[in-house]
Design a protein around this ligand. Structure first.
Ligand code: SAM
Length: 197
């Protein structure tokens, strides 16, 4: 991650308390089988997996930070037999075999992936037939504010060094061959979450 782990968790805290925590809990309880999480960050999602339903968890990010290592270690201790793997990987070039995972999880990641189409085709490649992608992403809203968001994006990208606030992520999923089975739009149009296959 570009940002120090503790600062990132602190900045995210109000958003987590307001809405993200609940979305993570409901969505990630549906993860099954061999799970790949892309852009795992500090590993905040560890707390939401159903260890009885998950066979293994692979947490990947561009770089694996200290906080992710700590959370992986304590998850490994608490979850009994669920194997945990950590991996440094770009979403656009995943170092995994075809059909390797039953569930891929992306939460607040594809705003930062430079070529979403390449990233989503990689997700499709590593998902087994019948597999699912669980997602929570912030996106470009469809109301009037979108034009303001477009104007602010270059500044936001410079400040964060990776994040875009005007990504049409649901459209990119569909263009890459995903069928979106469930889609909830919230946060005044800025947030989507759901399941794609
Ligand atoms: C906003 S953080 C989200 C972290 C975590 N998923 C969450 O829900 O809190 C975005 C994460 O995506 C990672 N990331 C950015 N670009 C990426 C890429 N091309 N491939 C993989 N991970 C990426 C960043 O390193 C960062 O950890």
């Amino acid at each position: 991650m570009n940002h120090p782990d503790t600062l990132f968790d602190a900045v995210m805290y109000p958003l987590e308390a307001l809405s993200l925590r609940r979305k993570r809990r409901i969505l990630l309880a549906r993860a099954r089988g061999d799970v790949l999480e892309i852009g795992a960050g500090t590993g905040v999602n560890f707390g939401y997996y159903d260890t009885l339903a998950v066979a293994s968890i692979t947490m990947s990010d561009l770089s694996v930070g200290e906080r992710l290592r700590e959370r992986a270690a304590s998850f490994g201790r608490g979850s009994g037999a669920t194997p945990v793997h950590l991996c440094e990987a770009d979403a656009m070039n995943l170092p995994f075999a075809d059909d390797a995972f039953d569930t891929v999880v992306i939460t607040l990641v594809f705003c930062s992936v430079p070529e979403q189409a390449i990233g989503f085709s990689e997700v499709r490649r590593v998902l087994r037939p019948g597999g699912q992608m669980l997602f929570i992403e912030h996106v470009r809203p469809h109301h009037r504010v979108r034009h303001l968001v477009d104007r602010l994006n270059p500044l936001w990208f410079r400040v964060t060094r990776e994040c875009n606030i005007n990504r049409e992520t649901a459209t990119a999923m569909q263009s890459s061959g995903f069928r979106i089975d469930e889609l909830t739009v919230s946060g005044r149009g800025f947030l989507i979450h759901g399941v794609a296959r």
